[in-house]
Design a protein around this ligand. Structure first.
Ligand SMILES: Cc1ncc(COP(=O)(O)O)c(C=O)c1O
Length: 375
């Protein structure tokens, strides 16, 4: 049979749920937009990347590794783990490194969830959680959101209703809604959970909202895992580094499941250098906050509704007169501005917009205004 055959029978051994799995939609790459619409000077506000880049110290750390590329990285990531251990005041044996935090979410699902199990997550929760349930051939239980955020009491009930639940995934702040959970409510939620259910707190945007840092809860709960990333505030999305903090037995299991060299030599060195430069993170946080305030005022002035966000993006409602989010998204693309439509989340009227630099944001608002006023 030729390699171009369309015979689907080879797929028969796959889980049914995998056959129905839609691929993860990444933000449109700048190069693609340039190719499709012939626009140059593209502004990408679609993937919650850091518009300020990364700490200058990262460049030096990467340069130092360039002569060593023929050598495998340290498979245990000793120096990065040591730095993370100091930074988070936790034992090195409680840390697992990942090829981005997505890798860790995947490792968690592969370690704890099999075909007869269930994963609980919220409506409008990060899309990967439902995908992981499908990938494991498990049952994904989506709990209706409350005011666009997690409804913890309903999620607790879902765990009671599904005795086969192995993991509850919670992004805090949540992507794409930007909502944040109350710490006391979260504490009560975790405390009420059977110890056999793993609670995974995805803190990908924690640097933008330090009050969401729930590291302290790890001291109280062995069934809690916190997942973090260097892709957002640290500005290393292109390098793929993330980490999980957990009890030592959970970390031991995750470290058995992960690929032997899942973080590259350059990724390890860059992340350690980035972690050291907390001054940069402070600048990132302040800039994001200032720009978020500015954007909120502009959306108000344009008559666009939005959800208050605790991260580096904001969900904006595009239901204006005859226009809708898909039409506005298309018009933005044609003028070189990439944002994220949310129809895949069932949020047809909304766009998620990453907070850019002052210049990026001005371009976004000017372009939006011209589209809405049709001038
Ligand atoms: C909530 C959340 N978790 C995890 C990730 C994965 O990020 P990465 O794999 O780059 O660390 C993202 C990326 O958008 C995210 O929004």
């Amino acid at each position: 049979m030729s390699v171009t055959s369309n015979d689907q029978s080879v797929l028969r051994p796959a889980y049914d749920s995998i056959l129905t799995l839609a691929p993860y939609q990444t933000g449109k790459p700048v190069e693609e937009l340039t190719r499709e619409y012939g626009v140059s000077d593209v502004v990408k506000l679609a993937s919650n990347e850091n518009p300020l880049g990364c700490s200058p110290q990262v460049t030096l750390a990467i340069t130092e590794q360039l002569g060593q590329l023929a050598r495998y990285p340290d498979g245990n990531g000793y120096y990065l783990k040591q730095a993370l251990s100091d930074f988070n005041d936790i034992g090195m044996d409680c840390i697992t490194l990942g090829n981005g935090s997505n890798d860790l979410l995947d490792i968690l699902a592969r370690s704890f969830v099999s075909r007869d199990d269930a994963i609980v997550y919220s409506q409008y929760g990060f899309v990967i959680y439902s995908m992981l349930a499908k990938m494991q051939g498990a049952t994904g239980i989506e709990v209706p959101a409350q005011r666009f955020g997690h409804n913890l009491s309903a999620m607790r009930q879902a765990v009671d209703d599904n005795a086969n639940t192995k993991i509850v995934f919670i992004a805090n702040p949540n992507n794409p809604t930007g909502t944040q959970l109350d710490r006391d409510e979260l504490y009560k939620f975790i405390a009420s959970m059977p110890s056999s259910v793993l609670i995974v707190l995805d803190e990908a945007y924690i640097e933008y909202s330090p009050e969401s840092n729930n590291r302290a809860l790890l001291d109280a709960f062995d069934n809690l895992v916190i997942v973090r990333t260097f892709s957002k505030a640290y500005g290393l999305a292109g390098l793929r580094v993330g980490y999980a903090l957990s009890s030592a037995p959970v970390a031991d299991l995750l470290n058995r499941i992960r690929q032997p060299f899942n973080v590259s030599r350059i990724g390890l060195a860059a992340a350690a250098a980035a972690l050291e430069d907390q001054q940069f993170i402070e600048t990132v946080r302040q800039t994001n906050q200032e720009q978020m305030c500015w954007l909120e005022k502009q959306f108000d002035a344009l008559g666009l509704g939005f959800i208050r966000s605790y991260a580096n993006f904001i969900m904006v409602k595009m239901e204006v007169e005859m226009e809708n989010a898909a039409v506005i998204n298309q018009a933005l693309l044609e003028q070189g501005v990439i944002v994220r439509p949310l129809a895949g989340y069932g949020l047809d009227n909304w766009l998620r917009i990453t907070v850019g630099t002052a210049e990026d944001n001005l371009r976004l608002i000017d372009t939006l205004r011209s589209i809405l006023n049709d001038d």
